[in-house]
Design a protein around this ligand. Structure first.
Ligand SMILES: [Zn+2]
Ligand SMILES: [Zn+2]
Length: 238
């Protein structure tokens, strides 16, 4: 039988790419205290190759009109992208959606471009079903974020590509083992993410891919293949 160290070393070689799939920046996520460039540097210094910026995207009282909000939203991403280019980090556009007609559920969205935000915004005051029916495209991957946290309502898995099974936000019990089992039971994608918001968040969680997706569209394709492994605080979960 192989020793666990050998298995880990083989897996490490087979899945060399480290990507963060859930991170928030300020000012566009009011709950984050990390400017985009600092977020990118933090993950770069921790050995990451890529990260998704998944700022909250919801009807937001801090911006009185859609245009200003979209501009601010894009600005945080473009700052991260620019810093990523300097450091050789790949940055993916993501979003964490909340639909105001429906509970406090959050949904991670990948496989989008900046141009998609305008249309997606118009569904934020509707509900998940309407968004999926009228706005979601083939390129997008939609996951219910931390579905087993308190006050979340589990949604019909037919509306979702998967769930974020491992959410490593230090201030919540996301019941990750149940969430992982739930995703697998339903034959859905099960992702991992740090839900990074603050300085000092030290249990960072990486998705390890075999190849590096170049942008959000390729990231969504790679997630659909459902061939990746998890790493928490530098430890492969095998
Ligand atoms: Zn937040
Ligand atoms: Zn989040």
């Amino acid at each position: 039988m192989k020793k666990s160290e050998e298995i880990k070393s083989e897996l490490s070689k087979a899945y060399p790419v480290r990507a963060e799939l859930h991170a928030h920046t300020k000012p566009v996520s009011g709950c984050s205290d990390i400017p985009p460039r600092d977020a990118v540097r933090t993950f770069h210094n921790d050995g990451y190759d890529a990260m998704a910026i998944t700022n909250h995207f919801s009807i937001n009282k801090r911006w009185t009109n859609k245009e200003d909000y979209l501009e601010a939203y894009k600005h945080d991403f473009l700052e991260a992208l620019d810093e990523g280019e300097k450091l050789g980090m790949t940055i993916y556009l993501g979003a964490e959606l909340r639909f105001s007609k429906q509970s406090d559920n959050d949904y991670l969205l990948f496989g989008i471009t900046l141009d998609d935000l305008d249309k997606i915004y118009d569904y934020l005051d509707k509900d998940l079903e309407t968004f999926v029916r009228e706005c979601k495209t083939e390129t997008m991957v939609l996951l219910q974020a931390h579905p087993f946290r308190d006050d979340m309502i589990l949604m019909d898995t037919d509306l979702l590509d998967g769930v974020e099974a491992f959410n490593m936000h230090p201030n919540h019990n996301s019941r990750v083992a149940v969430a992982y089992y739930y995703a697998k039971e339903h034959g859905k994608i099960a992702t991992i993410g740090s839900d990074y918001h603050h300085v000092g968040h030290d249990n960072l969680a990486a998705t390890r891919f075999s190849t590096l997706p170049k942008d959000s569209l390729e990231l969504a394709e790679e997630l659909r293949k459902n061939d990746f492994i998890y790493e928490i605080s530098g430890n492969l979960m095998v």
